[in-house]
Design a protein around this ligand. Structure first.
Ligand SMILES: [Zn+2]
Ligand SMILES: [Zn+2]
Length: 336
């Protein structure tokens, strides 16, 4: 079968590989679409420090069932997406119903070979039914679930004032689900193109370009109260430090993006707000369910999110172009 392998940083190759052997409890899936995201661009660029090469990338997966274990309710041809966070099932976090932060987690396409290939064999528990969604929509479920999970972590109240810092795919996904929860959403970013897309195609009326006067403008916009919940989706340590200053007294700060750095806050600023500080990692099965239901309901503008179409054959040459054109790429989806 055909597979796209990242042999070393900056070296993607289309190769022939053996079809995976299905284990007793595994499902064999014919992969048809793979969404690309920051993680993949970092793997390609050699910025994932603990990743070993060669690696088949791909964790935003959509396909059709080829073979299921005996007794399974899954049927050949059924459209599915895959929960790529393979959890151990036995650690403390798994025992507490939090497989998204399993201490022995293996993420498809990161810690283990992923889905940029024609077929994968995965445990039946990783299969998520995507009936009613197109293949492209099914490939967008995972990144949207990251946003849905962040919003679930925040436990928003209707009419909460929410600030999203970073209007890339994860920031936008978070904004979409915060909006569905009834929050008033303000979106800020340093890139004009991303804000224009969010405003003109995704329905975020309140967007603001980050500049030196941002703190003053946000104070002004909120009558001095600032935001009940601030979500960081920047991957930028300076933005993550600054974000605390936008949290209202009594509010929450949710860190969705992750950086390899120490995050330092002035305690008086943190304490006087009685800030609730929350990390959000990956997503849980109910987040996947919420995303699929929202797409089926037409509540997610998936066509506007899907900005680039790439074939597997083109990917080795298109990958550097997509990275160079990052400001204009919301979601690129590979056709396998
Ligand atoms: Zn992703
Ligand atoms: Zn575990």
């Amino acid at each position: 079968m055909k597979a796209v392998v990242c042999e070393t940083p900056f070296d993607l190759q289309l190769v022939e590989r053996a079809v995976p052997v299905r284990g007793a409890g595994d499902v064999l899936v014919r992969i048809r679409r793979v969404g690309l995201c920051g993680t993949d661009y970092h793997i390609y660029g050699g910025n994932q420090p603990f990743l070993s090469y060669p690696r088949v990338m791909g964790h935003e997966l959509a396909g059709e069932i080829l073979e299921a274990p005996a007794g399974s309710t899954l049927r050949p041809g059924q459209i599915v997406t895959i929960n790529p966070y393979l959890a151990c099932g036995t650690c403390h976090a798994c025992g507490r119903g939090k497989p998204n932060c399993c201490s022995r987690i293996a993420v498809l396409g990161v810690h283990t070979d992923g889905g940029l290939c024609e077929q994968v064999a995965v445990p039946e528990s990783a299969i998520v039914d995507a009936a009613g969604l197109s293949l492209d929509q099914a490939a967008m479920v995972e990144f949207l679930a990251i946003g849905a999970h962040a919003v679930a972590r925040a436990r928003l109240q209707p009419d909460d004032r929410v600030l999203i810092v970073g209007a890339g795919p994860i920031g936008v996904a978070t904004g979409l689900f915060a909006r569905l929860d009834g929050a008033a959403v303000t979106l800020i970013d340093t890139r004009r193109t991303r804000l224009d897309r969010a405003r003109d195609h995704l329905g975020f009326a309140d967007v603001m370009l980050v500049g030196p006067d941002t703190p003053d403008l946000l104070v002004e916009k909120t009558g001095g109260a600032l935001f009940d919940c601030v979500f960081d989706a920047t991957g930028n340590i300076h933005a993550m430090r600054a974000g605390l200053g936008y949290v209202a007294h009594g509010g929450s700060y949710v860190l969705v993006s992750v950086v390899k750095d120490d995050l330092v806050f002035p305690d008086p600023e943190f304490h006087k707000r009685e800030t609730t500080l929350i990390a959000s990692r990956n997503a849980l099965p109910p987040d996947f369910d919420r995303v699929i239901a929202a797409i089926r309901d037409g509540a997610i503008p998936t066509d506007a999110l899907h900005t680039h179409v790439v074939t597997a054959d083109e990917l080795p040459t298109r990958m550097p172009q997509l990275i160079a054109d990052a400001d204009h790429v919301m979601k690129a989806i590979v056709q396998i």
